[in-house]
Design a protein around this ligand. Structure first.
Ligand code: ATP
Ligand code: MG
Length: 182
């Protein structure tokens, strides 16, 4: 079993060889899978990360979910120590560039409790079919996931080249329920 660091490096290399056209095509496939899924249709309160750079695009999903009347929540990073708040947005325009250049809500006036989330769409660098997940190393999503309800659904969004037979999981790593890929 390779360690997290080498898997992160490998995925970053694979991402660099993925063309913009391929990425657009894959993003469309993932968008359609989500919008047509029963998980999505049945959930009222949804958490989703706001994609940055060459992550699976979630901007289109966010806009669609708002149009569909979902209670849509996104992360707002507080600090490395305190982790992130979950904040509802009512329009894509509520998102502004934050500290790392990532779009996030300007304030946390519409903060939502993790327990109220029914369905979460999660980022990651690598995933496996058991629900293993490797992120960017901040532990932000692991700390969020432990606070969610056990019966809420946790889904990773990834390109096929991000899926491995098994990724290393540590004590604090939270297993997720599934992945949606192109
Ligand atoms: N539940 C937790 N409580 C406190 N610290 C945690 C917790 N979960 C993770 N961490 C911290 O985060 C660090 C990085 O974790 P890890 O390498 O699993 O990040 P990651 O899963 O890649 O990131 P992310 O969850 O943001 O996608 C851990 O070494 C640990 O210090
Ligand atoms: Mg982790």
């Amino acid at each position: 079993m390779e360690n997290k660091k080498s898997i992160r490096k490998l995925v970053k290399e694979r991402k660099n060889t993925f063309s913009a056209a391929d990425r657009q095509n894959s993003n469309s496939i993932i968008f359609n899978k989500i919008i047509n899924s029963s998980d999505y249709k049945n959930a009222q309160t949804i958490f989703i990360f706001v994609s940055f750079n060459n992550e699976v695009d979630t901007h289109r999903i966010i806009k669609q979910a708002l149009q569909d009347g979902k209670i849509l929540c996104v992360p707002k990073i507080i600090s490395k120590e305190q982790g992130m708040d979950i904040v509802r947005i009512k329009s894509f325009k509520d998102l502004k560039e934050g500290a790392y250049g990532i779009l996030e809500p300007e304030d946390n006036k519409l903060k939502v409790q993790e327990k109220d989330i029914e369905l979460s769409y999660l980022p990651g660098l690598a995933f496996d079919r058991r629900g293993g997940r490797i992120g960017y190393g901040g532990g932000f999503y692991d700390r969020f996931l432990v606070k969610t309800r056990k019966d809420s659904k946790k889904i990773g969004l990834a390109y096929k080249f991000q899926v491995f037979s098994e990724v290393p999981m540590e004590e604090h790593d939270v297993f997720i329920d599934g992945i949606i890929t192109d």
